[in-house]
Design a protein around this ligand. Structure first.
Ligand code: GCU
Length: 670
């Protein structure tokens, strides 16, 4: 029975008989040398993939005949080296190429790269072609990753609870490590590598200091070894006060020589156990976490002390920019205000890790103005795959359009195009390091993510980190085919559902730029709460947060012309309207509605879309396996209930201020 465990790596027999025959002819025997751990992973994946997809036992050998598949690098494959492929100079980093080539009259498929890891990525690319039933008879594909770091963050605690996880316990079974190796570690690494992930921070940013004790490093080094076989480096979130917590130091002051020495020694121990250790992820002076501020040191001084310790080993410090205090009147301004003056002060093995928006993974935020404001500081972006503010693992969501909205945004940092993505690709400023990370939620739930569709955002994140130019629609199509089926009706229907999902989630929750109006748990609606009120600012005179020059002036943090565009209501995109402006209830919208009518319309539309998603999904009863069909159907019911709750709570709450009726057309009994 299907249970979602294989995620997008389902290697079931190709259903199209004609294609199946062709694939069998074109992939008849495999030539590779598996003399390195990664090449060994290549062999295992290919074996598993082809045996399943082609439903036959694949032959490994060295005979170059019709239908041979040759894999390798110029270093480990004589055949690859002898062809003198010009493609090799065109690919960068761990890129790969797939090419059909005639050799002595035999048609041969090459999967080649400059690195073993590139070959592994090439194998996943070939398998993806088979899973999505693409022709492979005349391959000529070259692909290189656009981002250097393609990373995921786990918010996993030492007691195996997962902050904002919603999908069971942490995958890392600390009490049984290092002795017992759960098969899931390998499958997790396979899934990650299949979408190009090359780095992972395995523990929560609200970090337990014990993760860097020798006892835990023993355990972590086992995970590191498994991940290494799939080209993934381990990072650890560290607690800034570790010397105090673990060794009774009186201080964790970054300028204190004994504190510095403590970290130098610690880093040395870590690299002895994990020679390819990636570095530290640090949440400092944020939400109660310790940091350099307690010692009157700034973020750069705090980060550089760790960076110095890591430098000799090539390790990185990923320093988070997620900071705010409860004393400022506009939280949205804070990260920028705190960090911009530090531009150029960080060592070049530090990367500032910035959430996509200036607030906190809300259903919709404009991009953080820090992108485009720090030309001399390595920056990377942090997205959230787990659905903290979006219905946890109960609601169906496909986040690629959200990711794209940020990545494609022009920061206007330079006159020529300088989108967030281009900055992260290091082609706008001269950054030493950069990349994309996402907080993901896999846990011990059989299907890893709780709601099976959370997988789609995880998948899309990886694909976009590899190539942000991919269209969300194409990524959705790939994911559906690999995860569910190639059946046209399934593909088109699920695509339709996924494509509407972000609009629905925003509209029934926080339309027109409203934000942070949920409960303390971030699941349900609470526009009446103190915090929510401080964000939506509803009153008899209107709705929304004034971030223009008459308010907090957060608009000034954006480069021109965005700053002046957001300053004026007419040039602010309506999706961000109430984020930047406080407007009267009778403000005229582009549709001709007044603000109140438009708001109500959005709330009702959001719910209608969920109903539509539900209807569309139920039409797939015969096409989707019963397990996953029933599961998703049940979750859509919950989603509809919640969507109505959000709509009704918010509309009723805001109505006391607008004093206007709910437009009659919405008064239909449900
Ligand atoms: C949010 C989230 C926290 C998390 C924090 C962070 O505020 O609710 O659980 O720790 O972000 O990103 O550090």
């Amino acid at each position: 029975l299907e249970d979602g465990y294989d995620m997008w790596l389902r290697y079931v027999k190709v259903s199209n008989q004609k294609l199946l025959e062709e694939y069998r002819d074109q992939l008849s025997n495999v030539i590779l040398s598996d003399d390195s751990p990664i090449m060994n992973s290549v062999k295992k994946e290919l074996e598993m993939g082809l045996n399943g997809l082609l439903s036959k036992t694949i032959i490994f050998g060295d005979k170059l005949k019709e239908g041979a598949v040759v894999l390798g690098t110029p270093k480990n494959s004589f055949l690859v080296a002898s062809q003198k492929f010009t493609e090799l100079s065109k690919i960068s980093g761990d890129g790969y190429f797939l090419k059909t080539q005639k050799i002595k009259g035999n048609k041969v498929t090459f999967i080649a790269a400059n690195t073993d890891l590139g070959v592994l990525y090439g194998v996943f690319a070939l398998l993806r072609k088979l899973q999505t039933q693409q022709p492979i008879s005349n391959l000529n594909v070259i692909s290189s990753p656009k981002m250097e770091l393609r990373m995921v963050n786990h918010w996993d605690n030492i007691d195996r609870s997962v902050e904002r996880g919603y999908a069971g316990l942490s995958l890392w079974d600390w009490s049984k490590l290092p002795q017992h190796i759960d098969k899931r570690y390998v499958d997790y690494a396979r899934a990650s590598a299949s979408i190009g992930i090359n780095a992972i921070a395995i523990n929560n940013v609200n970090a337990d200091a014990n993760f860097i004790t020798v006892e835990f490093l023993e355990k972590i080094s086992v995970l590191a070894e498994i991940f290494r076989n799939y080209g993934i480096k381990i990072f650890l979130s560290v607690n800034y006060a570790s010397p105090v917590i673990l060794d009774n130091f009186k201080t964790a002051d970054p300028m204190n020589p004994t504190v510095k020495k403590w970290w130098i020694d610690k880093v040395d121990i870590i690299y002895r156990k994990i020679p390819d250790f990636g570095g530290f992820l640090v949440k400092a002076d944020s939400e109660g976490q310790p940091g350099p501020k307690a010692y009157n040191r700034n973020h750069a001084e705090g980060a550089n002390m760790l960076a110095e310790a890591l430098m000799p080993y090539g390790g990185l410090v990923l320093w988070r920019a997620f900071v705010y205090s409860h004393t400022q009147n506009d939280r949205v301004r804070e990260a920028y205000d705190e960090f911009v003056s530090l531009d150029g002060k960080f060592m070049d093995n530090v990367i500032l890790q910035i959430k996509n928006g200036p607030l906190d993974f809300m259903p919709r935020e404009p991009f953080s103005p820090l992108f485009g404001a720090m030309p001399k500081t390595n920056l990377m972006i942090e997205f959230q795959v787990t659905q903290e503010y979006l219905g946890n693992a109960n609601h169906l969501l496909y986040k690629a359009p959200m990711f794209k909205e940020t990545l494609d945004a022009d920061t206007f940092a330079k006159r020529k195009a300088s989108t967030v993505a281009q900055i992260l690709e290091k082609i706008v400023f001269e950054y030493k390091h950069s990349g994309m990370t996402a907080v993901i939620n896999p846990g011990t739930t059989r299907n890893w993510t709780g709601h099976p569709f959370v997988q789609s955002s995880w998948y899309a994140f990886g694909r976009l980190a590899w190539d942000y130019d991919l269209a969300s629609d194409d990524i959705a199509q790939e994911w559906i085919k690999m995860t569910f089926s190639n059946n046209k009706k399934v593909v088109n229907t699920l695509k339709e559902i996924m494509n509407q999902s972000v609009k629905a989630a925003v509209d029934y929750r926080e339309p027109l730029g409203l934000t942070h109006i949920g409960t303390g748990s971030h699941y349900g609606p609470a526009p009446w709460s103190k915090r929510s009120r401080s964000f939506h600012c509803a009153s008899k005179d209107g709705l929304g947060f004034d971030r223009t020059s008459s308010g907090s002036n957060a608009v000034e943090q954006y480069n021109f012309p965005l700053s002046s565009k957001f300053e004026k209501t007419k040039t602010t995109p309506e999706k961000y309207l109430l984020w930047f402006h406080h407007l009267p209830w009778n403000y005229k919208m582009k549709s001709g509605n007044n603000l109140w009518e438009e708001l109500v319309t959005k709330y009702y539309e959001g719910v209608e879309i969920v109903k539509k998603m539900q209807r569309e999904f139920s039409s797939l009863k015969k096409e989707i396996d019963i397990n996953r069909f029933n599961h998703v159907s049940a979750l859509l019911e919950i989603q509809l209930r919640d969507a109505k709750r959000w709509r009704d709570s918010c509309v009723l709450y805001f109505q006391q201020f607008s004093g206007m009726p709910i437009p009659e057309k919405f008064e239909v009994p449900e």
